[in-house]
Design a binder for this molecule. Structure first.
Ligand SMILES: Cc1cc2nc3c(=O)[nH]c(=O)nc-3n(C[C@H](O)[C@H](O)[C@H](O)COP(=O)(O)OP(=O)(O)OC[C@H]3O[C@@H](n4cnc5c(N)ncnc54)[C@H](O)[C@@H]3O)c2cc1C
Ligand code: FES
Length: 353
């Protein structure tokens, strides 16, 4: 499960001045390995100035019908995002982990036909996959997508989204919000924040009377969607969010570090079991295991991607952050090893469950 596979880049398309879409050639055994659900992401591995970088990118293709495609937007001073935007070309090979993530899983389980989505900037990628897949596979599905950007020129997948509007004129509503360009009306100008979401709902440009809402974008927008939609009647479990980052981690003081729990942890991976010691200076079970030479799956180390998910089969752990596991997964004993520390006594975790 912690394996990377070499995928050849089939095409690199410029999306905006700051973002490219990358499509991969997927053949042979990789066809089944890289089968994906809408809303899932790929983890890419890259050596950058002697350091191994792992980065997640959401798949933006329609399930089962299009080339496996991701899109990468430059982040100021970002190591990987700038490298791919500057250097990647068709024929290059990237190391890629098979699709992961559960952004769409809960909605699929609960079912429905009326959908609402909020995206900002590169947060469009998982939404695009979900929108295309639902509209094509569910003839009764309707989707309202609210997409915030600085301007039309900075809008990723602008042409594709406009084409979707033409292809599904009665089922796809596309609302663009621009912060640095005058839109069709005042309400469509500004940032996609809490005030804007409330205004769109109050002016009946949006309805919370939907079966599911999906959101992917900056923290401020996600918090607003999670807070406001339930106020307008949509059950919290029907508001699904995908986070790309959680901002820089707050450094701990020496006392805070010293007072952290410690203990022995047994790790089951690929049918084998190894013992490690988690000390106060280790940030998590994952960190302690990597320091001890274990090859465990991980990507963001920030509690957002769930690549490091494992099951606690004995004992108890505490998690610092969790932006990716659903309540039913927590109830079943799943945790994020990048955020977990042993509480006390013996702890056994399994990556094979
Ligand atoms: C599940 C998941 C899916 C993702 N999907 C996409 C996607 O489809 N397209 C895409 O472009 N990115 C996506 N990301 C973000 C991506 O993984 C990287 O974090 C991003 O490309 C920056 O990497 P970097 O190496 O260029 O920046 P780094 O060198 O890691 O960071 C440079 C600076 O930017 C800050 N930073 C890092 N990431 C972000 C961010 N997303 N927003 C604002 N500041 C940031 C860091 O705190 C640091 O200060 C996704 C992340 C996750 C967890
Ligand atoms: S490595 Fe991303 S949640 Fe743990």
């Amino acid at each position: 499960m912690n394996q990377f596979y070499s995928l050849r880049v089939k095409s690199v398309q410029e999306q905006t001045r700051d973002a490219i879409a990358i499509s991969f050639e997927v053949d042979g055994d990789n066809q089944s390995r890289f089968r994906f659900k809408p809303g899932q992401h790929l983890t890419l591995k890259h050596q950058h100035e002697g350091e191994e970088l792992r980065r997640c990118y959401s798949i933006c293709s329609r399930e089962g019908h299009e080339d496996l495609t991701i899109a990468v937007k430059r982040i100021h001073d970002g190591r990987f995002s700038n490298w791919v935007n500057d250097h990647l070309k068709p024929g290059d090979v990237l190391e890629v982990m098979p699709p992961q993530g559960v952004f769409f899983q809960q909605a699929e389980k609960l079912g429905g036909a009326r959908y609402l989505g909020f995206a900002a900037g590169s947060g469009i990628t998982p939404l695009l996959s979900i929108v295309k897949t639902l509209l094509a596979s569910q003839p009764d599905a309707s989707f309202t997508l609210v997409y915030g950007n600085r301007s039309w020129g900075q809008t990723m997948f602008a042409d594709e989204l406009a084409d979707l509007k033409d292809a599904y004129p009665t089922r796809f509503q596309f609302v663009c919000i621009f912060s640095r360009e005058q839109g069709e009306s005042d309400i469509l100008n500004g940032r996609l924040d809490e005030a804007k979401i409330r205004a769109l709902l109050e002016h009946k440009l949006l309805s919370a009377d939907v079966d599911h809402c999906f959101a992917c974008g900056p923290e401020e927008m996600m918090n607003a969607v999670e807070g406001v939609l339930p106020e307008y009647g949509l059950a919290r479990e029907r508001v699904h969010t995908e986070r790309f980052n959680t901002g820089p981690a707050r450094p701990l003081s020496a006392e805070q570090r010293a007072s952290r729990s410690q203990g022995e942890v047994s790790i089951i991976l690929d049918g084998r079991e190894m013992q490690i010691e988690v000390r106060p200076e280790d940030d998590s079970i994952l960190d302690a295991a990597l320091n001890a030479g274990a090859d465990l799956p991980y990507a963001c180390k920030g509690g957002v991607c769930a690549t490091c998910k494992c099951k606690v089969v004995e004992g108890e752990v505490d998690m610092a952050l969790n932006y990716s596991l659903e309540q039913d997964e927590l109830d079943a004993g799943y945790v994020l090893s990048c955020q977990a520390r042993p509480r006390n006594g013996v702890v056994r975790i399994s990556f094979d469950d």
